[in-house]
Design a protein around this ligand. Sequence first.
Ligand code: PLP
Length: 450
Amino acid sequence: TTTTATTAAQSGANGQLFARAKNSIPGGVNSPVRAYGSVGGTPRFLTAAKGAYVTDAEGREYVDLVASWGPAILGHAHPGTVEAVQQAASRGLSFGASTPGETELAELVKQRVQVDGDGPIEKLRMVSTGTEATMTAIRLARGYTGRDLLVKFAGHYHGHSDSLLAEAGSGVATLALPGSAGITAETAAQTLVLPYNDLDAVRRAFDEHSERIAAVIVEAAAANMGVLAPERGFNRALAQITKANGALLIVDEVLTGFRVGPAGWWGLEASNTVPDGIGWKPDLVTFGKVIGGGMPLAALGGRREVMDFLAPLGPVYQAGTLSGNPLAVAAGTATLRAATPEVYAHLDRTAATIAEATSAALSAEGVAHTVQHAGNLFSFAFLDEAPRNYDDVRAQEAFRYAPFFHAMLDADVTLPPSVFEAWFVTAAHDDRAVSRVLEALPAAAKAAAA
Ligand code: PLP
């Protein structure tokens, strides 16, 4: 009886932990999508993660296709990364002073984000989250240009700072919110939200407000309304239009940077892996996720003369007690060093295998869908035709995702708990992990069809 009682208690551990969390943490979570709001059911409370797998509070192991929403590119608890962090920790957790490792990481980033010896990063400033990186990039663009307006695209997520939460995709889309309460009308009015992949709309915005637009910010390839890659030449045209109008182009590679390739999405375009992308450079680029290897680290980088507008050289203030934290820098440096061309080739193959199998399973059940790719990032939209923008994506049969998600979860595979998020593979997703995903697909596709 003791064993039965223990088992019964354990089998409800996720539910119990969620109930307890809700008493002390709003919604029981520290980031909204974790609450399973759009898929329903009990969120899994994780206690450990290793390689391609995560383990929940009930001791159940899942193949993980979330990868901490991107950072775990090498797989969870990669030995080299963990060791680098442990060694750094033994030397002190935070100094609030400069360290040799920060310059080393900045140099590594500059050197990696290059194609044919040329790249957009001349200087880099480290912060702790992607939100801070984009928020600072915008302040910097405003300070540098002396202008006030910002252009963003509907469905693009750049973190949760006030001016960027308009039609912001991701968790906001998952919760079906238009934006967020608590943002003043004055702030909202300074952000022009345009449809993605629509250069005429961009040109019209500049025709009307040419003297006032400080910057256009764009996800390098959109991946927070599901994955939605830019159309041929879109990013390059943004670079041309902003330059012609004295505005800056901020390319947000928080999600794509060091994930879709060693030089991010820009690197794919600049090497013409993505056709028509060659010959352009952003003024500013933001990084997060992989750059911190699972620790809180993000960065903004770009042209020297713009970056030097930041304090202490320039008039644009930005700072952080934990900026360039030594543990985070150690994790990021170890991760980038281990993310070799072989790793990216493996990610590309693995993503293609899972995407093709998922699509085949959905087709076998007659579920209309499109496969959305941006390099090794992928997701599915329950639509007949490939979407171009946020309106298209929102028109899908999103209700099909919850039963699909839960059928996968029942088969011990964790997907992002929202149809508006990318799926992530890692270097640790080997044949065994991939077969477990593939085996789970037919039943999940059947559930989606119902
Ligand atoms: N920009 C993009 C493209 C993102 O995907 C995210 C997070 O998902 C952010 C910015 C914000 O990063 P963080 O969650 O670290 O604040």
